[in-house]
Write a protein that binds this ligand. Structure first.
Ligand code: BJW
Ligand code: ZN
Length: 245
């Protein structure tokens, strides 16, 4: 741990803190990442599975893939990284999670509030009118239709689609307003989400990156921990707690 490079004396419990996460934080729960050597995009074509064009070409294939992932997500549990964030949030009452993940693990760990930039795999919406499927209705791996005649699809953000505007604005505002920004388990390659660590730092935040591999942000992170989130976050929590509580 190079936590000694964190200027604890500059921080207080009143600081605004953002925990920005990507697929890497869920890896230790057993959920696959996208761009690691064993990630989804090493096996599957993202344009076939995670784009509106892919869905239109083969909706059943896309629905099957998402149903399988939703099943895995339901069976997995939040890990030490998610739980450390819950502890951090007790220390820093003005903090939030901004995630690119769709698996609900932050919420299940009790992290709150959580902004989901790329949607949620446990919901569906109409491909045509955007209406959400009734939450009482069971999501199946097969096609179902909205009253308007449109097909239901996962309520996630695919390539070429806009992120939910209000959530993106709120995430941007929180990033430029915070004093400490954690960038956890993201390859920092997918925009506009990848812009957030840069914006936070440009607006004066101290940015701590946690990722076993380097990313396009690593060189300019204030501190970069090259280790798994489930190892680093609990130790960092102890350090922050000892310094500030
Ligand atoms: C660990 C670990 C451990 C492992 N502990 N760490 C500007 C320039 C060029 C292109 C664009 C641009 N702006 C926008 C675009 C287009 C595109 C884009 O960014 N393309 C790039 C290739 C450049 N963006 C979009 O299309 C976005 N929409 C948009 O911008 O709309 C406006 C627009 C419209 C039309 C044209 C242009 C603009 C939407 C992006 C949607 C991304 N969707 C997905 C699927 C979501 C649903 C689902 O889950 O199926 O979101 S793709 C996938 O990538 C998923 C993720 O949320 C996202 C980010 O990935 P993430 O989380 O970083 O995961 P990985 O796998 O990449 O990285 C994991 C990391 O964890 C690794 O670094 C590991 O080392 C690490 N790790 N174990 C800590 N234990
Ligand atoms: Zn509809």
């Amino acid at each position: 741990m190079n936590a000694l490079r964190i200027p604890f004396d500059k921080f207080s419990k009143e600081n605004r803190v953002v925990f920005f996460s990507g697929a890497g934080i869920s890896a230790e729960s057993g959920i696959s990442t996208f761009r690691d050597p064993d990630g989804y995009w090493a096996k599957y074509d993202p344009m076939k599975l995670a784009s509106p064009e892919g869905f239109q070409q083969n909706p059943k294939l896309v629905l099957r893939w998402y149903a399988e992932r939703a099943k895995v997500a339901r069976k997995t549990k939040p890990n030490l990284g998610h739980h450390a964030i819950t502890n951090f949030q007790k220390l820093f009452s003005r903090s939030m999670v901004i995630t690119q993940n769709v698996d609900s693990l932050h919420a299940r760990a009790g992290n709150e509030p959580v902004l989901e930039l790329h949607g949620n795999i446990h919901r569906q919406k109409c491909f045509k009118c955007g209406d959400l499927m009734n939450p009482e209705q069971k999501i199946e791996a097969t096609l179902s239709y909205c009253n308007c005649g449109g097909m239901f699809r996962p309520d996630v953000v695919w390539f070429g689609e806009n992120l939910p505007r209000r959530i993106l604005l709120e995430a941007y505002q929180a990033s430029i307003d915070c004093q400490i920004f954690f960038s956890i388990g993201t390859s920092t390659q997918i925009y506009p989400a990848a812009q957030l660590p840069f914006e936070a730092q440009n607006h004066g935040a101290f940015v701590i990156e946690i990722n076993p591999e380097p990313t396009p942000f690593s060189n300019q992170a204030d501190v970069s921990f090259r280790a798994p989130a489930g190892e680093v976050l609990p130790k960092l929590y102890e350090e922050f707690h000892a310094a500030l509580a």
